[in-house]
Design a binder for this molecule. Sequence first.
Ligand code: GLA
Length: 401
Amino acid sequence: MKLSPLYLLFILALPLQAQKFENLAQTPPMGWNSWNTFATDINEELIKDIANQFVELGLKDVGYEYIVLDDGWMAKERDAQGNLVPDPKKFPNGMKALADYIHSKGLKFGLYNCAGNTTCAGYPGSRGYEYQDARSYASWGVDFLKYDWCDTGKLNATEAYTTMRDALKKAGRPIVFSICEWGDNAPWNWASDIGHLWRVTGDIINCWDCEVGHGTWSSLGIWKIINLRKDIRKAAGPGHWNDFDMMEVGNGMTDAEDRSHFAMWSMLASPLIMGNDLRIASKETLKTLSNKGAIAVNQDALGIQGFRFTNEDGIEIWIKPLANDAWAMTFVNMHQTPYQLTFDWNKHQIGDNLNNRMLDTKNSTYQIKNLFANKSMGTTGSILQHMLQPHDVLMIKLEKQ
Ligand code: GLA
């Protein structure tokens, strides 16, 4: 066969075309981020403690992996060569030593920066320094980069995130790229070849359904976030996730609300990034964060984001198809009072049109497992009954008999 010179040139140029690192984040990333609890008040001792807690509390064993330093880890100025410098008071041994420590625990290390001139808290941003910063991250052993969107002026989001993706690729160390432009430019439509996860809204706050204004933007409670972005599920899948933000479990809501929050993030196939102080976490908080059944729903190999089935009578019912013809279902009591749940399998036709799947309770019987209680609830052969406490959740897994 005779190949034309133009065709040959095209083939030869293909490897030069940058792409994101493939085969990362095949399930939603799990980890911890400093921002929700500590803002810029972070330091080496704290982060090492958190790494120790991952191991001691068994969080590593249930799948949490990334420890991410958010805004505030840098000195206010770059050095004379233009390199980013870790704040010498907060991180006296530098980032490589901290990364080594985290890696020695079998965990992974994440950092934050921003596409603009400065970060949201006023530290040096990466604009104009993308390739140099990517080389620093690679040399320190960074495994995850959260990349924010403050002080970006007229920058085009797709272009700015593509530049950083290419810079990371060029630096050569596989790094999960976490896009954080708050959903302003609908990244679910364009980011799947650029990043591995992308924030879908502005910042989360530790409340059930509130919105707290800050002038030009607002923080959003759990249900505000869910309701705003429940319809973008088709963008999610292995290697590219809708990021519903770092979790507020353990940060002041009731234990029931925390359970519902965790169940919903699991149903939504959102990254599970803890945002609480693990050193003082209560037993109940840890029980929620470590729930193996909910985590397995989140980490399911199909990577399908769940969807709202109904929300009648103040009860949210959500559904997520799982591998091996199994399903997860979540019932949330939006009332401030207990609610007697009754669900007759014969009266509902459950299916996922997007993925062409049916939960066929007419021709098959499914075993039901209550995931938070870790016990069987019988089968779909009889009516499901459960007393739901205020703002609490029943999360179940259905498996064919
Ligand atoms: C933005 C992000 C937050 C956090 C802060 C840091 O608000 O959305 O998640 O990273 O910046 O300043």
